[in-house]
Design a protein around this ligand. Structure first.
Ligand code: 6GU
Length: 239
């Protein structure tokens, strides 16, 4: 997969892309991520990327010119156009189902906005989808783009090492990315920590019983902490 990011703050992406799974996935050629600075496509002396809104009001709006020029440059860097996505609080809510959908694409072009928003002609002219990561307002789309990248890349074949993917292989409902339920509780050594003991069943060696217990735990925790996930019609969509 190739992911292009268009942003006014390319440096914000350096650290998140340089560690752990995202680092390894790039090194192994599972994903190529290229970050391009929209400001490099300004043509005026002041490298202006935003202006006051027509009709008045507070804040500044991202101008269409530099963004279109940047997009047209980036678009040509690979054969497929892929999915073009604006990160904006007006977008559809991002979730695991959307992450899986995007992970099936050859290419994503993510556009992170700053200021009060994008000139409407950017969305229309680029025929872009819009994604939001939740019902709160961030200072820009950069962190949201990183969330999308993180969630998508870990779903690409080979991105998680053997160990992790085997674990995700699903013992039961509630154990993995494909489940609409919360995860069951996990324990590692020591067997007793500050008086708290690992449940006996996990030490029993009875794999069928353990799978059953984990399934029940998943259901119970979901009922307790995220009952909204169990609402009819929502299974498989959220999480
Ligand atoms: Cl994608 N952008 C901004 N600015 N705020 C957000 C968001 C995106 N998703 C949730 N809040």
């Amino acid at each position: 997969m190739r992911i292009d990011v268009l942003t006014l703050f390319p440096e914000m992406f350096e650290s998140p892309l340089s560690y752990s799974i995202l680092k390894r996935a790039q090194e192994q050629g599972i994903v190529a991520i290229a970050v391009t600075n929209i400001r490099d496509f300004t043509t005026d002396k002041y490298h202006k990327v935003d202006d006051k809104p027509y009709g008045g009001g507070p804040g500044m709006v991202m101008m269409p010119g530099p963004l279109f020029d940047c997009f047209e440059h980036v678009e040509k860097l690979a054969p497929h156009r892929g999915r073009v996505i604006l990160l904006t609080p007006q977008g559809q809510r991002f979730n695991q189902a959307k992450a899986r959908e995007l992970a099936a694409e050859e290419r994503l072009i993510l556009i992170a906005g700053r200021y009060e928003g994008f000139d409407e002609r950017i969305r229309i002219g680029l025929n872009a989808e819009q994604i939001s990561i939740g019902d709160y307002v961030l200072n820009g789309g950069e962190l949201a783009a990183m969330v999308v990248i993180d969630a998508v890349v870990r779903l690409l074949p080979g991105a998680l090492g053997d160990e992790d993917s085997a674990k995700d292989d699903s013992f039961s409902v509630g154990a993995n990315d494909h489940s609409p339920l919360l995860e069951y509780p996990q324990y590692t050594r020591p067997e007793v920590f500050r008086g708290m003991k690992v449940p006996d069943i996990l030490l029993s060696g009875d794999h069928a019983k353990i799978a059953q217990w984990r399934c029940e735990q998943s259901l119970e925790r979901t009922r307790q902490w995220r009952p909204d996930l169990l609402d009819a019609g929502d299974l498989g969509e959220r999480r």
